[in-house]
Design a protein around this ligand. Structure first.
Ligand code: GUN
Length: 285
């Protein structure tokens, strides 16, 4: 029997309805949640992502500001913008769309964002807080993957979880979230020997490699939950994930589609983090 679909669009819609309602409640108390998005240059994929983030804010009663800067913006100019936003009381979350042009050091830019406004959860203070189990903001993609996994009602506690991909943005924070939920976690990377040996052990398999359809049916444990973070464009223009969906759906019990799985959840968790940033500030004021 084919796997059940983990529908990110459906879960995102449900969560965004709640976020929109909570944003109205907070605004009525005097704090309208606000997100600033900075885009440097004209990367076409980044332009689409940023447009989607701004639209999602509009749909959920979150104030948004888009700052578009030219490709040749200096690091110093970008840091000036971030300092201004750090001090702006109407802005509760700041997101600098990555990748940045190569003449800018992304690490320095992320570290310039105030950790309490770092709704991407990329600042070392937030990455460290996640390690110790007290995260202020969880990075949006792993946070969204967790929401999808939790929606299956499968007991994460005691489960074997395997993550393929060890990036700072997805793989490593995903491991921390699953570990804190009680899973036994393995993180595989591009040097892992006998990847199938590990992936076939997984009750929960999360794949974030950027390699189209690299996970085949033979690599998946029957009955597993398979979360595909990848989004790749094939030569024919179609989108596909890092998992061979058409094969793996006959082995897994739950699987995310691409598109329509993790993607809509990433933006939803950004909205959730922005709402939480505004709620924290409201409590402090
Ligand atoms: N580029 C691709 N994904 C992301 C993300 O989650 N946050 C930011 N800031 N840039 C990205």
């Amino acid at each position: 029997m084919p796997a059940k679909l983990l529908d990110g669009n459906l879960l995102a819609k449900k969560m965004r309805t709640e976020i929109a309602a909570n944003a109205i409640i907070l605004a009525a108390k005097g704090t309208k949640p606000g997100l600033a998005v900075i885009l440097v240059g004209e990367n076409p994929a980044s332009q689409i992502y940023v447009r989607n983030k701004i639209k999602a804010c509009q749909d959920t009663n979150i104030h948004s500001v888009l700052i578009q800067l030219p490709q040749n913006t200096s690091q110093a100019e970008l840091l000036v913008q971030i300092t201004k936003l750090n001090q702006d009381p109407q802005i509760h979350g700041i997101l600098v769309q990555l990748p940045l042009p190569s003449h800018i050091d992304s690490h320095s830019v992320i570290e310039a964002i105030h950790p309490k406004k770092d709704v991407d959860g990329f600042h070392v203070a937030n990455a460290g807080a996640l390690m110790t189990g007290k995260p202020l903001f969880k990075p949006c993609t792993p946070y969204g993957c967790m929401a999808l996994i939790e929606s299956t009602d499968y007991p994460i506690r005691g489960a074997r979880a395997v993550i393929i991909g060890a990036s700072n943005i997805v793989g490593k924070p995903m491991a921390m979230l699953l570990l804190q939920a009680g899973a036994t976690v393995t993180i595989c990377n591009s040097k892992t020997r006998d990847l199938s040996f590990h992936s076939k052990e997984a009750d929960i398999l999360v794949v974030a490699t950027g390699k189209p359809k690299m996970v085949s049916a033979q690599m998946v444990k029957p009955g597993a939950i398979v979360i595909d973070v990848g989004i790749n464009r094939l030569p024919d223009g179609k989108l596909c994930g890092d998992v061979d969906f058409d094969e793996v759906k006959y082995v897994a019990n739950w699987i995310t589609p691409v598109p329509g799985g993790v993607g809509p959840m990433t933006i939803t968790m950004l909205l959730q983090n922005t709402l939480e940033a505004a709620q924290h500030l409201h409590v402090r004021n």
